[in-house]
Design a protein around this ligand. Structure first.
Ligand SMILES: [Fe+2]
Length: 214
């Protein structure tokens, strides 16, 4: 059985952990914001052909935050959480993340570990709890059928519900080697159809309104 302990022994994670181990020694010169940016780009390089995904997710998340009238401080945290949400992919075998065909059950089991691995990578940086929660819960579904904890509805932290929607929308509107991108209109139709199932219904309708206005 593949465990999260096995997953974090991946060379990419070891490199990150050795960087973190050096943190106290280099505290004066290492800027945590910079480390977070490097981590988010490193995570993105794993399994997101084409690049730009985490920046897109952050932009859609901030659009929602603006629509919800979030404070500047909340938006700053949300942006950071969106940039880091997939950092746990550093702990997943690249051959699985870049596989062109459908994944088998054992491969899915590995991919589904990335939220908890990401939380573990970022915990030593003492980032805010809302960011750790977003990393851990961005694959929960509003109807409770997501992972890793099967949280339901408002049990899922707000930032995680926002990033889940932004992440799914960007994935749907981006081409992959094995499928074509949906048009924005078609992707918004999926968002509406999945309101209350995959997505928070209030966030889903707010997102569709904001995107329609663009
Ligand atoms: Fe993810």
């Amino acid at each position: 059985m593949f465990s999260s302990e096995d997953a974090v022994s991946h060379p990419g994670v070891s490199a990150v952990e050795s960087l973190l181990d050096e943190r106290p020694r280099r505290r004066a010169t290492v800027n945590v914001e910079h480390v977070l940016t490097v981590l988010s780009r490193a995570g993105e390089s794993m399994g997101t052909p084409g690049g730009g995904h985490v920046e897109h997710v952050a932009a859609y998340a901030l659009l929602l935050a603006q629509g919800l009238d979030m404070s500047f401080q909340a938006r700053t945290l949300l942006r950071r959480a969106a940039l880091l949400h997939d950092i746990g992919k550093l702990g997943i075998d690249e051959s699985i993340l870049l596989k062109k065909g459908p994944l088998g059950p054992a491969e899915w089991e590995q991919v589904m570990l990335h939220p908890s691995i990401g939380e573990r990578i970022c915990r030593p940086l003492r980032v805010e709890k809302s960011i750790l929660d977003t990393i851990r819960h961005h694959h929960e579904r509003y109807d409770g059928t997501g992972y890793p904890d099967g949280l339901k509805g408002q049990e899922i932290p707000l930032f995680a519900r926002i990033v889940a929607l932004a992440d799914a929308y960007d994935a749907m509107t981006s081409s992959r080697p094995y499928r074509k991108a949906l048009s924005p209109a078609d992707a918004l139709r999926v968002v509406t159809k999945e309101a209350g199932k995959q997505f928070d219904p209030v966030l889903a309708s707010t997102f569709c309104e904001l995107m329609d206005r663009r």
